[in-house]
Design a protein around this ligand. Structure first.
Ligand SMILES: [Zn+2]
Length: 488
């Protein structure tokens, strides 16, 4: 008899898990139905989401209210749906330059408004939950695509002092709702790998700590269990690409305090997927994570997870560079050394933060064998030289555009001179850097670390590759593209 009961319980558990995977697979395959097509990149502004929120309001499925205002007078909205007993609260973009999850929240709004055959799933969710959404908590930061608010304060260090109106809105809403579950939505560094593997961290989760001792009470345990379920689900789609965020207690942060004050809080950090510059694939994973979480909380399926699995999720490790050049021979002060170079392409805001350009730098060098490159080249047997500046001065950009770039690369040039006084733009889309005045440099004393990566890579005296502003291009057999070079 005992055996039989055990058998029945095991079967029902498996059905629940399988249902969640089926739901996730359905969302994955049919994502295009839900994607909010008006949001296509990370640099959208408050003015871009207001009409979308008004449209959600007009359709009448969600309740929409203004929860407060930012320093610069932008409305912070609270949307809600459902009539269930358990409350779930999601808030995004308290850091203005962390926009991935905000896009996914608009996909979630479309999900609940779509005619897609998932009626039963939605009914289960909405009968059991009331879900609240606060997209873009920091609209002023989003305007300038920066982390902090107009007051230059990080909202996520303002939960106690309450000096930012945005932080006040978030805390007041939290206190009013006293939600059962909270989702704290951020973007993390794009340099993280999952533990000591060579896989990039697409998403990282955390059940924030309650105290410095990292105690576990039933509130935190529930967020750990939900994370374990999400971890299992996501591993079907992006095996090995899910990490755990570091769990040091931060007494000034919202997530840690919300957890302490009784809301099972899940920190979701959107990371990096190769060649997904605008985070659109990670956005889709966020969307799947939110809907499957709602279903899990509604059906309480997360309760079947063991919180012990949480300990097995590997932590984020800062192990990625955009480009690694390995085993290059380099002559410094007459000595020949072998170096690896770790190069990052850093985004710089441009045109009121509506666009960006890359300014790259050599951020580490030496033995980089424990690091990984999104582009990774073993250049054993090749020699590294600094790129040279072509001596002729050009009078117009037109002349520069018409240059034979492969020929300049073969001769070792990665920059040309443009005789112009006004620097109206710091970059061009040409595959060569532009200097506004000539300069004399001696190759042997030049630094590598911290400098802009403009290099020529030779074998047997012939140029095989060049690096222009951190972008690698094949010269002997062409490959690669310079997204932008710099004007300096
Ligand atoms: Zn953040």
């Amino acid at each position: 008899m005992i055996k039989k009961i055990f058998f029945i319980i095991t079967i029902s558990l498996e059905i629940t898990m399988a249902q969640n995977i089926d739901l996730a697979q359905n969302l994955y395959s049919n994502y295009e139905i839900y994607r909010e097509n008006k949001l296509t990149h990370r640099r959208f502004k408050h003015a871009d989401i207001v009409p979308l929120i008004n449209e959600v309001k007009r359709r009448g499925i969600f309740s929409v209210e203004k929860a407060g205002r930012s320093v610069e007078g932008r409305d912070i909205y609270l949307l809600s749906i459902g009539h269930g007993k358990s409350k779930v609260f999601l808030w995004s973009q308290m850091h203005g330059d962390e926009a991935t999850a905000t896009m996914a929240l608009f996909d979630v709004f479309n999900f609940f408004q779509a005619n897609d055959g998932l009626h039963d799933i939605k009914k289960t969710i909405l009968d059991n939950l009331t879900i609240y959404f606060m997209p873009m908590v920091n609209p002023d930061g989003a305007e300038d695509y920066k982390r902090r608010t107009n007051y230059e304060i990080d909202i996520n260090r303002d939960v106690n002092r309450q000096q930012t109106p945005e932080g006040v809105v978030l805390r007041k809403t939290f206190e009013r709702l006293k939600a059962d579950f909270g989702f704290n939505l951020h973007d993390q560094s794009t340099r993280y790998a999952v533990g000591n593997t060579s896989k990039s961290a697409a998403l990282a989760f955390l059940a924030p700590s309650l105290d410095h001792e990292k105690s576990i009470d039933s509130v935190r345990e529930n967020s750990m269990k939900l994370i374990c379920e999400l971890y299992g689900m996501l591993n079907h789609f992006i095996p090995g690409h899910i990490a755990k965020y570091r769990d040091d207690y931060e007494p000034r942060a919202f997530g840690d305090n919300f957890q302490k004050w009784g809301t099972s809080t899940v920190l979701v950090e959107s990371g990096i997927w190769k060649d997904d510059v605008d985070g659109q694939f990670i956005r889709k994973l966020n969307f799947m994570s939110f809907i499957t979480s709602f279903y899990s909380i509604a059906t309480k399926s997360y309760k079947h997870e063991s919180a012990k699995t949480y300990d097995q999720i590997p932590e984020n490790e800062e192990r990625f560079f955009d480009l690694i050049l390995r085993n290059l021979s380099y002559t410094k002060n007459g000595a020949k050394i072998i170096v690896d170079l770790g190069i990052n392409r850093n985004e710089i805001n441009y045109n009121d933060a509506k666009q960006f350009y890359y300014s790259s730098s050599v951020e580490d060098m030496g033995d980089l064998s424990v690091f990984h490159g999104f582009e990774d080249f073993d250049l054993n047997g090749y020699e590294l030289f600094h790129g040279k500046t072509y001596p002729k001065e050009f009078g117009s950009l037109n002349e520069i555009e018409k240059l034979d770039f492969p020929k300049l690369y073969q001769e070792g040039y990665t920059s040309v001179i443009f005789k112009s006084k006004n620097k109206n733009k710091p970059f061009t889309h040409l595959p060569i850097n532009i200097k506004l005045k000539s300069e004399r440099v001696s190759n042997s004393n030049q630094k590598l670390l911290g400098t802009k990566p403009n290099f020529v890579i030779k074998k047997d005296g012939l140029v095989h590759y060049v690096v222009v502003n951190g972008f690698m291009i094949g010269v002997k057999s062409p490959f690669g593209k310079v997204s932008n070079a710099l004007i300096q």
